[in-house]
Design a protein around this ligand. Sequence first.
Ligand SMILES: NC(=O)c1ccc[n+]([C@@H]2O[C@H](COP(=O)([O-])OP(=O)(O)OC[C@H]3O[C@@H](n4cnc5c(N)ncnc54)[C@H](OP(=O)(O)O)[C@@H]3O)[C@@H](O)[C@H]2O)c1
Length: 288
Amino acid sequence: MRVLLLGSRGQLGTDLARAFADCRVTPCTSEDLDITDESLVQQRIAYTAPDLVINPAAYTRVDDCEREPLRAFQVNALGPRHLALACKRWDIPLVHISTNYVFDGAKPDFYEEDDPPRPLNTYGITKLAGEHYVQALWEKHYIVRVAGLFGLTPSRLKGTNFIEAMLRLGAKGTPLRIVCDESLSPTYTADAAAVIRRLVETGRYGLYHLANQGGCTWLEFAREIFAQAGMNVSLEPVTAREYGAPAKRPANSCLNTRQLDALGLGPLRPWQEALRDYLASKRTASTE
Ligand SMILES: NC(=O)c1ccc[n+]([C@@H]2O[C@H](COP(=O)([O-])OP(=O)(O)OC[C@H]3O[C@@H](n4cnc5c(N)ncnc54)[C@H](OP(=O)(O)O)[C@@H]3O)[C@@H](O)[C@H]2O)c1
C-alpha cells in the first residue's frame, strides 16, 4: 500500500510513519506540500498516486488560533477540503485527524461520536469545519477525533507536550499552578497510530473517537506524571478562569471509543498505563 502522510514530522505524524512502516510511505512536511494550496494538493496527489492519504496536519496552537483565525481556517478547514477533493478525484480513501475540542464540555459523561459538537474556540470551530468539508465532499473518509496527545516526538507547533512541560517545570522546585476544572482523555500517539493502522484495514469509513481509556483533569494528569516520575512537586489547583488562557476550553472533553470498540479495535489501554510506557521509552532512549 502506498501512503501519502501529511504532517510527517509532527507528534502524531511521526508515530503514524512508524505504524505504517510496512507500507510505502511518502512523508510530507509543510515545505513539501502546503495543504492550504489547492492546486499543489491536486498536483501532489496526482503525482504520488497513493492508495491512502493520512492528514494529521493542523494549526495546533489552540491559543494562537484566536489571534490568527484566518490562518487557522486555512490549515484546519480548507486544508482538509482540498485533500478531500483531490482524494475524491482519484478515488483515494482519506484519514483525517480531528479533535475533542469540537465539544462544548457541558456533557457530564464521556463524549460519543453522535454527541452534537459545539466548539468554544477558533481552533475547535475550524477543526469542525474541516470535518464538515471532508464529510460533505468525499465518502471514503475516516475522521478520527483524538484527545490530549503525548508522543515521544514533541508537538511540532508547540515544541513540547504536557508531560515534558510538567517534568521541566517540576524540576525547578517551585510550586506549579495547574488547571483543576477541565477534564480530558490523555492519549499516547503510539497507541493512537497503531489503532489507525488497523482501522484502515477494515474499510469501515466514518467518524471515530480514539483515546486511551479513562479521563482526568490537568491537575490529576500532572499528579500522575510526578508520581510515576518519582518527583515530589507542590501543585496548586487553579480554575481555567484563574489560569486565563486566551482560548476557552471545554470543561469536559473526555472521549470514549464506542465505534472503535464495536469494530474490536478498542477500548485502548488506560492512559496511566500508556504514560508508564511513554516514560519508560524516554528512559530507554536517553540511555542509548
Ligand atoms: N496535540 C493534541 O493534544 C491534540 C489533541 C486533539 C487533537 N489533535 C489533532 O491531532 C493532530 C496531530 O496533532 P499533533 O500534536 O501531532 O500536531 P503537531 O505536532 O503540532 O504537528 C502538526 C503538523 O501540521 C503540519 N502543518 C501545519 N500547517 C501545515 C500546512 N499548511 N501544510 C502542511 N502541513 C502543515 C506541520 O508540518 P511541519 O512540521 O512540516 O511544518 C506539523 O508537522 C492534529 O490534527 C490536531 O488537530 C491534537
